[in-house]
Structures are given as structure tokens and as C-alpha cells.
Design a protein around this ligand. Sequence first.
Ligand code: HEC
Length: 212
Amino acid sequence: MAVPLIGRIGVLILASTAFYAYVGQLVPQNEVQPPQETVLRTDLTTAEMVTTGRQIMDAKGLCFTCHTIGRSGALRFPDLAGIAGRVSERAPGVTDIEYFAQSLYEPDSFIVPGFNPGMPAINRPPIGLTDQEILCVIAYLQSLGGTPTVTMQTSHKYYTPAGAAPVAPGEAPANGAAPGQKAAPVAPAAAAPAKSAQLKPQAAHLGGAFTS
Ligand code: HEC
């Protein structure tokens, strides 16, 4: 028995509507997706962090739009070759991890002598590295003239990984602290002393935060 024409047209309309509805929902709603945040594995070894850190510095970190490694002469930006070996001149009593963390999160709180401010805070847009990416960058910086010791579980003043012991305020001053320094009461962001002096009072409680 023949299906009436009107019925066939109805089925065709229904079928094509369903087909387009199906195809339509396959197409993503927003054509402009924010860049996918790559989550770094939390079990990266320190050696893997060094390699990853260098890749981040080459790419997303944009570090080499300003910095060089192994150039001398009149430079606008500090050369990073051997930087881990200079931390003790920059910030006596401060661990290399804390110095690098501060250089990246709060670059203007200490200006390298002979240079002008102008480094962007690396954890904020437009560069916007994640805390984990910054740990990898710190691993690479440690490898320039030093020994990388940072892990994905390392805490520092600006970041405490989930499950890691926080950097305890007022922790007993230890190894790194210069003699005669007292643990400064912790008042982050409040009453900042003169810029160049800022690293020192913190040294006492930060110095003991890293044992391995
Ligand atoms: C727009 C230019 C610019 C970019 C991009 C930049 N920096 Fe810097 N950086 C500077 C300047 C200028 C200084 C020196 C002034 C200061 O101490 O803040 C500096 C200082 C530093 C220091 C301290 C060096 C020393 O001799 O003690 C470190 C470490 C550092 N940068 C690492 C990085 C890393 C890692 C990146 C990428 C994630 C980066 N910088 C991106 C401009 C930049």
C-alpha cells in the first residue's frame, strides 16, 4: 500500500531536521577556545622538570625575548648563564629556590643591580605560567650553575602544593640564615621595607624551608 505523499514529505522533514540537529550538536559551541592548560604530572623527576622548564622558557614563558644565556657585554637584561651560582651575592642567606620564586612571582621586589625594572610577573597574564610550570622553570634555573633540587612537591613563599607542608611562618631559622638574623614576624605584602632590603628579613624563616 502506497504511503500518502504528505506522509512521505513529513518523514523527510523529520529525518532531515533530526540529521541537522545531530550534526549541529557535534560542532563546538564556542569556536574560540581558551588555550588548553596542560597539567604537568606531579611525579615528574627533578631531571624531567629541568627539561620541561627549559621548554617552557623557550615557548610559553617568553623568557628569551629578553634574557640570554651566555652573552656578555652591555646587556639590557641579566644574562642567565650560571645564575644559580650568583644567588648568594643577590640575596645572602636566601635559598636559590626562594630567590628564583621571588624573581618570577614578584620581580619588582628586588631589582638586579645595574638593571632596570621591567620583568613581568610570570604567574600573571599575559605570560601566566602555572605554579607547577614555575617549579619546572626554577629547576632549570637551578641547573644553570647549580644543582637542581626542586621537586613538584616543593613549597616556597608563593606556592604550597596540595598535601605539602606549608612554609611555616616563624619557623626556626636554620642553615641558610645569616648569623644574627632574627625570624621576622610574617607580614606579607604589608609595610614593605626598602626594595633592596626586602629579601633579607625573610631569609630567616625561609632559609629552613628546604632540606633536600
Ligand atoms: C620583558 C622582559 C623580560 C621577560 C619576558 C623576562 N624577564 Fe627576567 N628579568 C627582566 C629584567 C629587566 C630583569 C632585571 C630586573 C629585575 O631584577 O627585576 C630580570 C631578572 C630576572 C632574574 C634575576 C636575574 C639575576 O641576575 O639575579 C631571573 C632569574 C629572571 N629574570 C628569570 C626570568 C625567566 C625564567 C623568565 C621567563 C619565565 C623571564 N625572566 C622573563 C626582564 C624579563
